[in-house]
Design a protein around this ligand. Sequence first.
Ligand SMILES: *Cc1c(COP(=O)(O)O)cnc(C)c1O
Length: 239
Amino acid sequence: MSPPSSGGGPSLAERLATVDGRIADAAREADRDPALITRIVVTKFHPASLVRELAELGVRDMAENRQQELSAKRAELADDPALHGVRWHFVGQAQTNKARQIRAAADAVHSVDRARLVTALDAAAPGAQGVLDVLLQVNLTDDPGRGGVAPAELEALAEQVAAASTLRLRGIMAVAPLDEAPRPAFARVRELSTRLRRIVPDADWISAGMTADFEDAIAEGATHLRIGSAITGNRPARG
Ligand SMILES: *Cc1c(COP(=O)(O)O)cnc(C)c1O
């Protein structure tokens, strides 16, 4: 049992159950099977102890957005049996000079958005060890600072990943713009996913939807939701 959160609000288990109920409702509404939607819990800024609690509640997919924090949590939890079989997703901006550390710590990288990063991740492969799952992050805004490849360059980047023998292209990732309703933005992601699958037919993951907009993402075909604060509570201040 997880202890109630301070302040007497709902416990972690209750928040998780509430979100899962909302996911099931949104899936039903969209005529989709909720079992085909992966709920990833974003644990950034929270301690490893919260990751352990989530794992004990049955969470099998966790995400971080900073390489150092991801690597540190994995190291801290390396011998913890509760974490056995948990998949780690890297969802933050990736630096090419950290490609080796990212590869070592992540099972899937959602934020691949430029040719140099593809080259660096491929070159960082540790030899015999398996293939890294990657998603292409697409920028839904005109602001290059938001991260993600421009839609017009998506297909060229997909070709590059498809040719990289140590990477497996799984799909597309996006963050909703701040100045636009999420649903039409996620509809564009769905169209881009169709374009991507013309190049790599089984790259059918759509990683979209966060605390504020995951129901809209489900309505537009998201297969992987990245949910933080609705489950973990407010993030502690960065330390
Ligand atoms: C933090 C983060 C999330 C989760 O955000 P919430 O609003 O807390 O659900 C999802 N995706 C990315 C890339 C993030 O950095």
